[in-house]
Design a protein around this ligand. Structure first.
Ligand code: ADP
Ligand code: ADP
Length: 228
């Protein structure tokens, strides 16, 4: 069943820029979808609308059956967003950071669950470290732990490997692979075809605000020719 239903979505910013035009698609529970497109294509706008951070000028989005326009609170609980920028409280510990975020969602404390996500992100040994002491890759994993703290059904990763080196990029691919095994639905944005291919079950290509196509990764890569 579709966890996200997007219908005829469009967005025109006040500046006059049309960031999205008539985008429709469904995203199935448990799938990993990559939104692939160049800078300025409309990827961030699309996920910002789904997450309720930007109001569309046309169309509708349902998350778990909840219309984000009418029933934003219920939809929001099902969503975790990992933003592009790393913003962490430098002197706070990893565990407290994630606990605090869970609290913001009004969820009761559940350290057993938080231990489970910190372990799955290889952060449990660092739970008492201040976030400023962490490497860049660990900080990115803390952002993911924060986004998972209220047990969302869908995780959004906005350019998860923007500005990181090759080793970190591979580490992030492995993290996503681990989340896939946990059954989390993931939507990520990227402008690297290689990255979309490495992580996603399906790839949606966006350019100039239009969704040009959405296809299973294997099918799309077949069309681009066999990779050695
Ligand atoms: P991306 O890395 O997704 O291409 P940019 O670096 O272009 O994003 O922009 C960063 C943020 O600045 C965007 O998420 C968007 O909210 C905002 N932004 C981008 N373009 C404009 C613009 N023309 N006017 C105002 N804000 C913008
Ligand atoms: P992407 O994430 O694919 O780089 P964005 O969704 O950030 O694309 O941007 C799509 C278009 O909308 C770009 O032309 C960008 O400059 C513009 N844009 C993005 N955010 C804003 C904003 N807050 N105000 C005005 N224009 C914006």
């Amino acid at each position: 069943p579709a966890i996200i239903e997007i219908e005829s979505l469009s967005k025109q910013y006040n500046s006059g820029t049309t960031a999205l035009s008539d985008v429709s698609m469904n995203i199935a529970e448990g799938e990993i979808l990559a939104l692939l497109g160049p800078n300025g294509a409309g990827k961030t706008t699309l996920i910002s609308i789904i997450c309720g951070l930007v109001v569309p000028t046309g169309g509708s989005v349902r998350v778990g059956g909840h219309d984000i326009g009418r029933d934003w609170r219920a939809a929001r609980r099902l969503i975790g967003l990992v933003p592009q920028e790393i913003a962490l409280e430098p002197f706070e510990t990893v565990l407290n950071t994630v606990r605090f975020t869970r609290g913001l969602y009004g969820e009761a404390p559940d350290d057993a669950y938080l231990e489970q996500i910190l372990r799955s992100l290889s952060l449990w040994d660092k739970r008492d470290a201040a976030t400023r002491e962490l490497s860049g890759g660990m900080k990115r994993r803390v952002l993911i732990a924060k986004a998972l703290s209220h047990r969302p059904k869908v995780l959004f990763l906005d350019e998860p490997t923007a500005g990181v080196d090759v080793a970190l990029r591979r580490e992030m691919w492995q993290v996503v692979e681990g989340l896939r095994r946990d059954g989390v639905t993931i939507i990520l944005t990227t402008h690297y075809l290689e990255e979309a291919e490495a992580m996603a079950d399906r790839i949606g290509v966006i350019d100039k605000g239009r969704l040009l196509l959405v296809r299973p990764t294997a099918e799309l890569m077949g069309e681009f020719g066999k990779k050695e």
